[in-house]
Design a protein around this ligand. Structure first.
Ligand code: GLV
Ligand code: MN
Ligand code: MN
Length: 400
């Protein structure tokens, strides 16, 4: 498993030790091709569905137990986020295959398309779950142009993405191994996290519109500087969450000024803001408060602002039966485990709507993720994979 993990980490590797595999870019497509070739070489069936989800399949006696994660990364991301879950899923199939015993379910290791939201977010898993909305495709987080270019590169057709939907009756469960991406397992000295639920997230693209002008000749008092309003919003959003929403997080992860030059007062500014909570009501309240802050910032500099929603994922509790199977698996391996919620989004969020779903977390050194410094000791990776194997076989025996 480690050889395969390392082979994958070499695809799109960055000098800093991470990977740069944004959705449907060349490196991501190369990683996906590697996965299919590796599975086929091992004698597994392979399949690519109309949403580009890549699967390795070990046929068995019943409906499909899906095990998966994603091979795309955030820009300049780490090598564990997503990839660990895909490689471990593949190795669960290989371990079962090596016994020669037909499993009581069909086992499928799946690499979902565009989990990270470079383009849309949970694109492949929502399509498989029958939850992909046309609005998500019309106003994607990464912009329409990038989405269409990515689909074209991958040989996918926008109108066919929804055909990836599977009949829920054909699915037994979904399990995903992932790194925690936060500090709690390390801080508490726990080996395995049993994920209880996943945060909801919403994102907006804010466009502040002012007036471009000459940076040398436009008097300070005569400017309508879109950059200033954007900057005021960035600071106000942070203060708002710290002060009034202690259980939420909000992030401005990208900020672009147009036309974008030393000597031009910004005529417009685009702000990518995203916020998360485990409670829908908190998300509603925070959304209203953030949009008010955007209006206030725009008004302070006599500008206009438009807010476009570009992604909405609901807080999602995970299945108690699957959680129990994970807990039993960890205990059976002599590993300590603890329940914990996920502050990161995951494909399990889409799957949970149609099939019993659960997640296993392993510790992230320093709690770092979405960065090249992301790291999990190999022993923890192996613990996670063994827990995935045991939990899968345990849950495979659970009736519908
Ligand atoms: C995905 O990792 C996310 O939580 O943004
Ligand atoms: Mn991930
Ligand atoms: Mn991620």
């Amino acid at each position: 498993m480690r050889e395969d993990f390392d082979a994958l980490a070499a695809i799109g590797a960055t000098p800093e030790g991470g990977v740069n595999r944004p959705s449907l870019g060349e490196a991501h497509l190369a990683a996906r091709a590697w996965f299919i070739e590796r599975a086929a070489a091992a004698g597994l069936e392979t399949r690519v569905d109309p949403a580009g989800n890549h699967s390795a399949i070990l046929p068995g006696g019943g409906p499909t137990l899906l095990l998966g994660s994603h091979l795309d990364s955030v820009p300049d991301g780490g090598r564990y986020d997503g990839a660990l879950g895909v490689v471990a899923a593949l190795h669960v199939l290989l371990a079962v295959q090596s016994t020669g015993v037909e499993p009581p379910v069909t086992l499928e290791a799946i690499d979902f398309t565009d989990e990270e939201g470079t383009l849309v977010g949970l694109l492949g898993s929502e399509a498989l779950a029958g939850k992909l909305q046309s609005e998500s495709l019309q106003a994607p987080r990464g912009g329409r142009e990038a989405l269409l270019a990515g689909l074209e590169r991958a040989g996918l057709r926008e109108e066919e993405l929804v055909l990836a939907r599977r009949d829920p009756a054909s699915l037994h469960a979904y399990l995903e191994l992932h790194i925690e991406q936060g500090p709690r397992l390390v801080e508490s000295g726990t080996q395995i996290g049993v994920v209880t639920g996943i945060v909801g997230a919403r994102s907006f693209s804010l466009a502040f519109r002012g007036r471009a002008g000459h940076a040398g000749t436009t008097p300070m008092g005569a400017r309508r500087d879109a950059g200033l309003a954007a900057a005021a919003f960035v600071v106000a959003a942070n203060e708002l969450v710290v002060r009034d929403f202690p259980d939420c997080v909000a992030t401005v992860g990208d900020l672009r000024f147009e036309p974008g030059a030393f000597n031009v007062v910004p005529g417009s500014a685009r702000v990518a803001v995203e916020f998360r909570s485990l409670e829908s009501a908190q998300l509603d309240a925070l959304e209203s408060a953030l949009l008010r802050e955007a209006d206030t910032a725009a008004a302070a500099y006599a500008l206009g602002v438009e807010a476009t929603p570009v992604g909405r994922w609901e807080p999602t509790p995970l299945d108690p039966g699957v959680q129990a199977a994970i807990e039993r698996a960890a205990a059976g391996l002599g590993l300590s485990s603890a329940p914990l919620p996920s502050g990161a989004g995951h494909d399990a969020q889409a799957l949970a709507a149609v099939v019993p779903s659960g997640m296993i977390f392993v510790p992230s050194t320093g709690g770092v993720s979405h960065d090249a410094r992301e790291h999990t000791p190999w022993e923890d990776c192996a613990n996670g994979a063994n827990t995935l194997l045991r939990a899968a076989l345990d849950y495979a025996a659970v009736g519908p």
